[in-house]
Design a binder for this molecule. Structure first.
Ligand SMILES: [Zn+2]
Length: 319
């Protein structure tokens, strides 16, 4: 033992030892393969800085960017019956659900909130593709009904961000029943004369596109989002033909009259503000600060002017 082993080596080791590196600092773009730094990516709303590909974004992150000052309140969703079929594949359904809840830190595949965008009150719902493929089960059905009821109660528009792989197989026919249920809930909104704006994100597929995802008064999609009922591979195998370039992508659907707009995620907020205000019969949104009011125009100034004139017009009633 000498000072080298006792002092120098531990000091060198501590200087060069591996620091704890948090995982997931880098994300690989699924379209162009570029490695993207997580902070840059979240600053850019999860849009690839290299190729503009729109990566998945969690409902909470989306709402933070969407609502004024990132403020929103959650709308409570009634809890459905747990695992009615006692479904089991490689894992039991309740276990699979628990794992997804832990991984996403969310209760289920849809989040319903209310708040203001551009000072316009709205109810918004977003589906989380990371949560069991955003699959539509009983909870998602309940969430859409809760969102519609809340929108009708407050007389505000509903904005829904769809992302789904289809119905939740673990709930069997009960998941398919969410298609008519959500359709009826949206009809309630229509009867109340309130707008329903649907934003389709990558990917929106399966039963969702046979119900609420295609019933919007205005249908918007994010660029290059895959939107379909049956996927391109299934169709290709069935009809045994090569499908055209960009088939079932947002731009293709826009060209063929299935969508109203394809909007970049960065412009989505402004676009939604414009559309909701227009459909609610409100004046256009004000950008920036309002000009200072002219003192002569304020009601108070008018009252004062009247008060000053009053004695001249009406002489004091003297006995
Ligand atoms: Zn990319």
């Amino acid at each position: 033992m000498n000072w080298i082993t006792n002092y120098v080596r531990p000091t060198i080791n501590s200087l060069f030892s591996r620091r704890e590196v948090p995982e997931n600092l880098w994300t690989k773009c699924s379209e162009c393969g570029t490695m993207l730094f997580h902070r840059e990516l979240s600053d850019n709303l999860q849009v690839c800085l290299n190729c503009n590909h729109h990566l998945a974004i969690s409902p909470r992150e989306r709402f933070n960017a969407l609502f004024d000052a990132g403020t929103f309140a959650e709308v409570s969703v009634p809890e459905p019956v747990a695992d009615p079929l006692h479904f089991r594949d490689q894992k039991r359904y309740p276990d699979r659900l628990k794992a997804a809840q832990k991984a996403n830190n969310e209760r289920e595949a849809m989040l319903v909130v209310e708040g203001e965008i551009g000072r316009t009150p709205v109810v918004a719902a977003a589906q989380n593709f990371a949560f069991m493929g955003g699959s539509m089960g009983m909870y998602v059905g309940n969430a859409i009904i809760a969102a519609c009821e809340r929108a009708v109660e407050r007389r505000v528009p509903l904005i829904l961000f769809a992302a789904a792989g289809g119905a939740r197989m673990q709930e069997g026919i009960l998941s398919l029943m969410q298609m008519p249920r959500t359709t009826v809930a949206l009809a309630m909104l229509k009867e109340a004369g309130l707008p329903y704006i649907c934003v389709l994100t990558h990917p929106t597929t399966g039963g969702v596109t046979a119900s609420y995802a295609m019933l919007g008064d205005v249908q918007i999609a994010e660029p290059n989002a895959l939107i379909c009922f049956a996927g391109p591979r299934v169709i290709e195998q069935t009809i045994r033909e090569k499908l055209p370039e960009g088939f079932q992508r947002a731009e293709y659907l826009l060209d063929h009259g299935m969508l109203d707009r394809v909007t970049h995620r960065k412009d989505m907020r402004d676009e939604l503000i414009t559309i909701t205000r227009m459909l609610m019969g409100q004046p256009p949104a004000i950008h920036g600060e309002l000009p200072a009011p002219d003192p002569a125009d304020t009601p108070q100034a008018a009252d004062e002017a009247q008060a000053a004139e009053a004695p001249a017009a009406e002489p004091d009633p003297k006995p």
